[in-house]
Structure formats: C-alpha cells, structure tokens
Write a protein that binds this ligand. Structure first.
Ligand code: GLY
Length: 589
C-alpha cells in the first residue's frame, strides 16, 4: 500500500484502486520540458522527501487536509456526482472535521474549470458588517487594538454557506440534502486523528476564554484525544437546518438568531440585516499566460489571481529554469519579482465593488515588463525604493481542496476563517467558530496586519465591503488547452507565493507533484523588506550569497503554506498530493 507521502496525520485507510508511485521519469515527460530537479536540490536536513510518491488514480481525485473529508468527496464522485458536488460535500465535511480552518462561519473563493474549457470564479468572501467603521479597531489614542483578531468584533459576515449553495445551484447535479448528509453524520461523531488532537491542544487556552468554544471544542475541559469519538451536536443541528432550508437555514431563522445573540453577548456588530442581505458573487476569473500555459485564478476581492499574474509575467522575462532551483541567483530574482508584485498588491487591490481597480493593466504583460525592468541580477533593491508602480496614471488560516471528476471538470476551492480557529468565538447553540477576517482590511494605513502586510487606503473598512484576500485557488491548462493542474493553499499573505512556486516547480524545474509541493519555499511581500524562508529551507551558502546581494534573510520558525494539488499525467491519469506540512489525504479512483 502506498499512502500519501510523509503525512504526519497518518492513520489513513487503504486507498482504493491502482495506487502506485509516480516515478520521476514519468513526470519528466509531462508538459514541463526542463530537466528534472536533482534530489540534491533539497537542502541537507530538509524534513520532506523528494522521493515521496503521489497518489495515482485513473479518472477522479480529491485532495484535502483531512482524510475524513477526502473520503466524503471521493464517495460523492463514485456515486456520479461531479467535481462541484464533491467540492460542496467536502467543504461541509471540513467544517466538521477541520475546525481550525474548515468552516460555516467564514468565507472563501472557488475556481471551477469545466471539461468544456470554460472557467468560472465564485466570490463568497466575508463582508464588513453594515455598522462597521473605518477606525473601529483604533483606541482613543489612535493606536491599533487586538479587536480585529480576537473576539466578536473581529468577525465579518460569513459567506461560506451562500457560496456553496450558489455553486451547487449553478453546477450541481446531486441533491443538496445528499451533499449535507456526510457532514451531518460526521458532526454526530467521528474518530479524532492525531493532527486534530494536536491542533486543538495548541488552541485550547485561547478557545477556553469563550464559553461556547470551550463547550464545543474542549468537552470536559480538555481537547479530545487521538482515537476518541468527537461529537458536535449543536453543529449537527445547524447543518441540518442548512440541509432542509438551504441558505435560509443559516442566514435567516434559528441560526441567524443564534449568531445575532452571540454578537450581543460579546459586543459584536453583525445584525440580522447583515445576514439576510449577504450575497455571493460570480466574477470573471483572472487568466494568465505563462510560457504557453494558462492559469485560471481568483480575481479581486482576492488579490491571489492578479498578483499571481504579475509575478508570473515579471518572471517570464527571467527564465527561472536557467538560474537553477534555489540557486542564490534564482531566489534573488524570485524575491525581486515578489517584492514588486506585493508593493502593487498592497497599494492597489481591494473590493472591486467599492474601489476602481486598474486590473487590466495590473495583469498585463506590458506592465510586468516595465515593473521588472529595474531588477538587477546582482543586488537587492530595498523595498523603500520600490513604491507602488504607475498603475493608475493610464486612466486607469484557511484550507484548500482540489477536485477533478471523471468528466474532467475541476474545482479549486479555498475557504477560511483567517487565522487558525478564527476569532476563537463559537456561536452558542450553533457550534461553529466565527472568522476574524476583519483583520484583512487595512485597520490603519501603514500598520501591518496579522501577516505583516502593510496595505493601503483602498482596502480601508467600509460597511458591507469585502476585505482583500490572498487566496489563490488556481487551475492550470497546458499549451493545448487541456487541464493540467489544480492547486491552492492556506497561509495568509504567503498563499500567492506558495501557489506560484509549486506551479513553477512543475513547469520550470520539471519536478514531480510531490517534489514540487515538498520543496522548501521562500516568500517576499515588499514589507517587511526581507526574504522569508522555511526553517532549514535554504542551504547556508545560498543564504550567505543572498545577504551579500543586500537581502535581509528571515528564517521562519516553521513551514509555510499547505498545498493540496492534482496533476494530470501525460497518459491522462491523475496524480494527487496532500502537502505533509499539515497532512491530509489525496485519494481517487
Ligand atoms: N485570511 C487570509 C486571506 O484571505 O488572505
């Protein structure tokens, strides 16, 4: 038996069907034409192996952070549901088994690429409550408080239930109630795996400060241990209301009343009107051409697709593959592109329903050529000298799942409650956590948010506005227009750079999917002005060379991102992989 590689959660059931290792030689023949990265490209001591096999399947695949949730999606596909059906059922299952990020109380983005080649982007991002004000997180001295991160005021109006409903209304084929049934079953009780036990253990202290969170997630005062059956009766009833009444079972009636009551209890401001007026929005996907491949990704109010486009367009002029994977010259050029793209992201992008965005120019190759023209191959440009580009002068914690169905429809779905366990506030009587997405707004221009992002005026808080996101659910087509890859990640501001590097590792460096995902990652977001890299992720000699070029180097305490991806192999079968950074399962048939 071959399991998805290096999975710290472990304990997966045997996978169905023809599982086998994906040899590097096979992937050498994929669309990527550069030589396969040598395994020694991983630095000594890096914890993830370049030889981990992918999970292989003939025609359908689901990859998520949790084995229970993956199995729900695979079962929907086996019964004839399509990729959207599977994504909806899997997302509801994640709301039960992955409370740190899966959710009813958050929001997200979905990119769908149908087998006919059309692509669609669904925005179900949280919105600022109608009573929100620009300076609501400043104290009387004008200093930032912690209220955008913890507690009731941190929550934006949730979008997940409406988003999953909208996707199902437009593309679903299986009955809504059938898609809710597995999540309801799991809420009735499921066996806790080690990853969840550890995660709840780490969050126990902060969850215990909120009575309903304590009751829901720390039964008997302790987080459930590995192997215990974890029951969530309030959440089960909340899901049952959604099953019978659709979005009205969440945005109106009992659940809406419970949310408003919870708000009153803790000084929050989400009202019945906020909930009843919430809508999800279909948007035009960002489409990027990179070396003949096409990326379909999420447009604003996520910055993911547009920033991915700018990074890719700048780097298209720099031939990463010639510089070598994680050579000092390669990381330098990558960081310079990221620095410039994030400077523009942080300044210009926001909710397009509130702010005029220079999107066409932002994603254009012409602008990227200008923007990247001053990248020196030898020396870092300090971020203080990289302001936002001239875009307007011309007039203008989170979880990701990937699904491919037997027809070739693909879904990339990223949802979030922002940081792990969101605001830490559980809606009493409804058993789900509320997001702390309000922290993704610019609470005060010039001040960093939770992810250290220094964002601009355009992303200031306004009633009903959607806060800027970095979520980057993405589907990649090969130069012939065939489905090649489905990919996405959590990780706050690092999501975009994670998604780009995994795609680039496959396309530019010829890596297998597990190699591309397991490879160490770097990050730059303009400010703070430093290259962040995963612990042990760059050889000391490369770090020294980058320092000599003028880069400040910041070794993170841990890892970055958590990719769940599917790659179509040359013969048409599928490789799936669940990033071992947080674990999970890819499975298919
Ligand atoms: N809350 C993280 C993001 O949306 O980017």
């Amino acid at each position: 038996m071959i399991r998805d590689g290096g999975n710290p959660r472990g304990g997966h059931a045997p996978l169905p069907g023809r599982l086998r290792a994906i040899g590097a030689v096979v992937l050498l023949a994929t669309a990527a034409c550069e030589p396969l990265a040598d395994a020694s490209a991983y630095p000594a001591g890096w914890p993830f192996s370049p030889r981990t096999p992918a999970v292989d399947a003939d025609s359908a695949m689901v990859a998520t952070v949790d084995a229970h949730a993956t199995r729900v999606g695979v079962e929907v596909l086996r019964r004839g549901g399509n990729a959207v059906d599977a994504a909806v059922a899997t997302a509801f299952a994640l709301a039960v088994v992955n409370p740190e990020a899966g959710n009813l109380g958050g929001g997200g983005f979905m990119v769908i690429r149908l087998a006919d080649g059309s692509s669609h982007a669904l925005d179900f991002r949280e919105r600022a409550p109608l009573a929100a004000t620009r300076d609501m997180y400043l104290d009387e001295r004008g200093e930032l408080t912690n209220a955008s991160r913890r507690g009731h005021l941190a929550a934006g109006v949730p979008g997940t239930v409406m988003g999953l409903w909208e996707a199902h209304q437009r593309f679903g084929t299986v009955g809504w109630a059938e898609l809710l049934a597995p999540a309801i079953g799991l809420a009735g009780g499921f066996t806790v795996e080690s990853g969840l036990a550890r995660s709840l253990g780490r969050a126990a202290e902060s969850l215990s400060r909120y009575p309903a969170s304590r009751e829901a997630f720390l039964p008997g005062g302790e987080p459930p241990a590995e192997g215990e059956i974890f029951r969530q009766p309030d959440l089960m009833r909340a899901l049952a209301r959604i099953r019978s009444r659709g979005p009205d079972g969440f945005y109106r009636g009992e659940t809406a009343r419970l949310i408003v009551r919870e708000m009153r209890r803790g000084g929050g401001i989400i009202t019945a009107e906020d909930l009843a007026s919430y809508t999800a929005r279909w948007r035009e996907p960002v489409r990027v051409n990179y070396r003949g491949y096409t990326f379909h990704s999420m447009p604003p109010p996520s910055s993911g697709g547009a920033t991915l486009a700018l990074i890719s367009n700048i780097l298209e002029d720099h031939e990463l593959s010639r510089l070598g994977f994680h050579s000092a010259a390669g990381v330098h050029v990558l960081a310079e592109a990221l620095r410039r793209a994030y400077a523009d992201r942080n300044e210009y992008l926001a909710d397009p329903d509130y702010v005029e965005l220079p999107l066409e120019r932002f994603v254009s190759e012409a602008y990227a050529s200008e923007r990247g023209a001053d990248i020196s191959p030898f020396a870092a440009t300090p971020s203080s000298r990289v302001g936002p580009g001239a875009l307007l002068t011309e007039g203008t914690e989170t979880t990701h799942l990937s699904v491919v169905d037997p027809e070739g429809n693909a879904v990339a779905l990223t949802t979030t409650i922002n940081s792990l366990y969101g605001s830490r506030v559980t809606v009493e009587g409804a058993g789900f956590l509320l997001n702390n997405e309000m922290d993704d707004f610019t609470a005060r221009p010039g001040s960093p948010n939770l992810y250290g992002l220094v964002q601009g005026e355009r992303n200031a808080i306004e009633p009903g506005k959607r806060m800027l996101s970095a979520m980057t659910p993405t589907v990649v087509e090969d130069p012939e227009g065939n489905l090649l890859m489905v990919v996405g990640s959590p990780g706050g501001s690092t999501i975009i750079t994670t998604v780009f590097q995994v795609i680039s590792n496959v396309l530019d460096f010829g890596m297998s999917l597990p190699q591309a995902v397991n490879a160490p990652r770097v990050h730059h977001q303009h400010l703070p002005d430093r290259i962040q890299f995963e612990r042990g992720g760059l050889p000391p000699a490369v770090v020294d060379s980058l320092r000599a070029m003028g880069h400040e180097m910041d070794e993170r305490r841990g890892t970055s991102g958590d990719v769940k991806a599917i790659l179509v192999l040359p013969e048409g079968s599928l490789a799936g992989y669940a990033d071992p950074r947080r674990g999970g399962l890819a499975a298919g048939f």
